[in-house]
Structures are given as structure tokens and as C-alpha cells.
Design a protein around this ligand. Structure first.
Ligand code: GLV
Ligand code: MN
Ligand code: MN
Length: 427
């Protein structure tokens, strides 16, 4: 079914144009020439944050940066409203390596665009709006997702400060370097009583909306994940002189494990399991690998399914180690629990989508999002935006200005209805 924008999308259209231009500008702030790579705590993350902060201020927001390095823009409620609560529009501006330009940034820029709409109309709502740009959602540098939103949601575990990146720099050191005080992350936590709800606008990262020819969708929930790092240690040695039968080759152990992860992932409907990173040392073509480290990312909405799969893979790791005479060590990394969206907020989002003349499509997210952490303190939902061929975590990520305009028009309408519900509740 094809969809046609209504009159309110015409003002949204110019803001959508600006969003895609800004995504292009943010894409230039990167660690790698010709690629988008912005990891937590880096100079390029800071440079992109400066851009976002300038746009927030130009939209009439006051801004603050918390100890984790998150950037928060605030647009106050109407002055006539006493004790106004805050509705949060979130997103992140860190990226995976060689990323696309919309994952995360679309959420932050949509929030700024929503406030620009209010500013242009000279209007203030009965709720304050905060646009929260999270400094780390992808978790690439420290192999742990949501390092930006977890302090905000009060769920940061201080033990994580000792986690190290590939250079051996701890998270605590990275936070200091980024301008925050790791001992004061608790100060970043919001008071749940002040917050009315949270939404993130995000590219779908899947092909359903393209298939259905619809620009946006309501997200009903987010899957749960388990993560781990597995190390095999054998003996490095000469590739020409050690007979095949006498080797303790860590990399062949890893190769077996990668295939076992694929087999387990395929064994249950809806389960996905990935080894996305493998390091072998010493790393030379004529040396048998003595040591490997590999990641595991495993996702399913049912915690029992995840637990059974993790148990099975633990046993596989133990068995490979024993049979190949390798020392095998399994390190659990923080995962996240499955998270349903809030029913009332989702109904408001469905109404807003219908109000803009679009059919309501409901999707479940296989990707993780900051709504997972924020759900601990406030009702959450998400709106997905169609992306070309469902491609994401890839430089080929692509959205149309028309679809972004549709999302902005829906977001405008949603904010209006949230504000009027808040006003009615006070009467
Ligand atoms: C984030 O994009 C994730 O799902 O890992
Ligand atoms: Mn994202
Ligand atoms: Mn992502």
C-alpha cells in the first residue's frame, strides 16, 4: 500500500531535510578517513557532540553534559505549568566501526527537530522536552552496550569501570579523559518521578517496512541478549616444523567454536548467535596461533532459551579445550534483558501514526536500544523508520527525506497528545 503525507508533514519536510544534512555533517567526524567510526570517549565523538550541542542551543534548548559524557538539551515547559514533568526523546551518536550515518543519530536529530518545530511555532508544552544524546550505545570500545544510558537510568555497575579496551585503557580512565568523573556517575541518574516517558526514533535495521511500503512503525519490544568473550590458549610455534598431530593450535579451536555458535543459533526459532570479532596471536602466516580471543553475541526474547544456548556453548568450549589440549576460558560480558514497550505510550504512538494517515505496523526489535535501560525508570517506546533494503551497521544505511518527514510529523503529533494528556491529568 502506498502512503501519502498529510498537510502537517509539509513543515516536517524542511526539518527532515535538515536532519539528513546534519547526518552528513556528523558523518565527517570519524576516526577513519572515508568511513564512519566514532567510539566512546574519542576526539571524534567530542567533535560530533559539539555540533549537536550547537544545534540544540540554536533550537532554544539549554544544554548540559553529564559525567558519562552524554549531551542533554532541555526545552522548558510553558511557564504557567507548575512542576512540569519531562518527556525524553533519545538517541546515540557513537557508532560501530565503518558504520552507516543514521543508526542513533536519527534519534538525536529527530528530537532536536521536534523542538525546532515548537520553537518555530513559538509554543511551549505542558511538559518539558529533553533530547538525550547518549555517548555510548553500541558498546564497541568496551564490549558493553548502553554505557551512556545506564548511569542515567541508575543501573551502571561500578565494576564496569575496570573493563579495558583493546589498548588496555580502562573505562574509568576513558571517562576521565572525556571530561567526566567516574566516581560521580551516580549524579547522572534521573529521578524517575520527574520523567513522563521516553521515545527513540530509529531506522528499522530490517526490511519489513520496505516490504509493506509504509514509512514508520511502532516497536512493541526489544529482544534480550547475552554476551561473552572466549579465550583459547595453546602453544605458538613454527608452521613448517610442528607436525599436524602435535599442535596445540588456538585458532582451530576458535574455528570449531564459530561453527558451533552458528549451529546453536540455527537450532531454535528466533535465536541469533554471532561471533563478530576474532583475534589470533601472534598473528603471522608462518606461526601456529598460540592464543585467541573471540566474542559471542546471542539474542532471543526468552531468557530460558538464551540460558540453555549459553549452557550448551559453555560445554562446547570446555569440550574443545579438552580435546585440543587448549586452555579455555569463558568470560561473561554484560547482556541485556528483553524489554516490552509501554502499552499506553504505544497506543498514543499508534494513534499519532493513524492521525498522520499511515497504517499501523508493529515490529519487534532484534537490535538493542537505550530504551532497554531507560525502561527501568520510565515508560518507553520506539518508532522505526523505513531504511533501504533493511541494511544497517553498514555504510550503505539509507533513508528518504519523505520517510524522515513522516516520522517527524508523527513525533510532533505524539508530543502534542502526551502534553495534553499531562495537562488533563493535572486538572
Ligand atoms: C546495537 O545496535 C546492538 O543491537 O548491538
Ligand atoms: Mn542504534
Ligand atoms: Mn547500532
Amino acid at each position: 500500500m502506498s502512503t501519502s503525507p498529510t498537510s502537517s508533514t509539509s513543515t516536517a519536510r524542511s526539518r527532515a531535510d535538515r536532519i539528513t544534512e546534519r547526518c552528513d555533517l556528523l558523518a565527517r567526524e570519524s576516526a577513519e578517513d572515508g568511513k564512519i567510526t566514532r567510539l566512546y570517549g574519542t576526539p571524534e565523538l567530542r567533535a560530533a557532540r559539539d555540533l549537536l550541542q550547537g544545534w540544540m542551543r540554536a533550537a532554544g534548548m539549554t544544554t548540559r553534559i553529564d559525567h558519562a559524557g552524554n549531551l542533554i538539551g532541555r526545552y522548558e515547559a510553558a511557564s504557567t505549568v507548575a512542576d512540569a514533568k519531562t518527556f525524553i526523546i533519545g538517541g546515540h551518536w557513537d557508532s560501530v566501526r565503518d558504520a552507516g550515518r543514521y543508526d542513533g543519530t536519527l534519534g538525536v536529530l529527530s528530537g532536536i527537530a521536534a523542538v525546532e518545530g515548537l520553537q518555530e511555532a513559538g509554543s511551549r508544552l505542558d511538559v518539558a522536552i529533553e533530547v538525550m544524546a547518549f555517548a555510548d550505545e553500541e558498546g564497541v570500545r568496551f564490549h558493553t552496550a548502553f554505557l551512556g544510558s545506564s548511569p542515567v537510568a541508575g543501573s551502571f555497575d561500578p565494576a564496569w569501570l575496570a573493563m579495558t579496551d583493546d589498548e588496555g585503557i580502562t573505562l574509568g580512565e576513558a571517562i576521565l579523559e572525556f571530561g567526566g568523573d567516574p566516581d560521580r556517575l551516580v549524579d547522572d541518574a534521573l529521578d524517575p518521578d520527574d520523567v513522563l516517558g521516553f521515545i527513540e526514533v530509529h531506522i528499522e535495521q530490517g526490511p519489513v517496512l520496505q516490504d509493506r511500503d509504509v514509512p514508520v512503525a511502532v516497536v512493541t519490544g526489544i529482544t534480550g541478549s547475552a554476551r561473552a568473550e572466549i579465550e583459547f590458549t595453546g602453544i605458538a610455534g613454527h608452521a613448517g616444523t610442528i607436525p599436524m598431530t602435535l599442535r596445540r593450535d588456538a585458532l582451530t579451536g576458535s574455528a570449531e567454536l564459530i561453527l558451533a555458535v552458528e549451529r546453536v543459533g540455527r537450532s531454535v526459532e528466533g535465536l541469533v548467535a554471532t561471533v563478530g570479532k576474532l583475534e589470533a596471536e601472534p598473528g603471522a602466516s608462518n606461526v601456529v596461533a598460540g592464543h585467541t580471543r573471540q566474542t559471542l553475541d546471542l539474542r532471543h526474547p526468552d531468557p530460558d532459551v538464551r540460558a540453555r544456548a549459553i549452557d550448551e556453548l559453555n560445554e562446547v568450549v570446555r569440550e574443545i579445550g579438552e580435546r585440543r589440549s587448549l586452555e579455555a576460558v569463558w568470560h561473561d560480558s554484560p547482556g541485556f534483558a528483553e524489554t516490552p514497550s509501554d502499552p499506553a505510550l504505544n497506543q498514543a504512538l499508534r494513534d499519532a501514526i493513524e492521525g498522520e494517515g499511515y497504517p499501523v505496523v508493529e515490529l519487534f526489535s532484534g537490535a538493542g536500544h537505550d530504551a532497554v535501560t531507560m525502561a527501568a525508570i520510565t515508560p518507553v517506546t520506539m518508532m522505526f523508520v523505513r531504511c533501504k533494503d533493511g541494511i544497517s551497521h553498514n555504510p550503505a544505511e539509507s533513508v528518504t527525506v519523505d520517510d524522515v518527514a513522516a516520522a517527524i510529523a508523527v513525533l510532533d503529533r505524539l508530543l502534542g497528545s502526551i502534553a495534553s494528556t499531562a495537562a488533563t491529568a493535572k486538572v
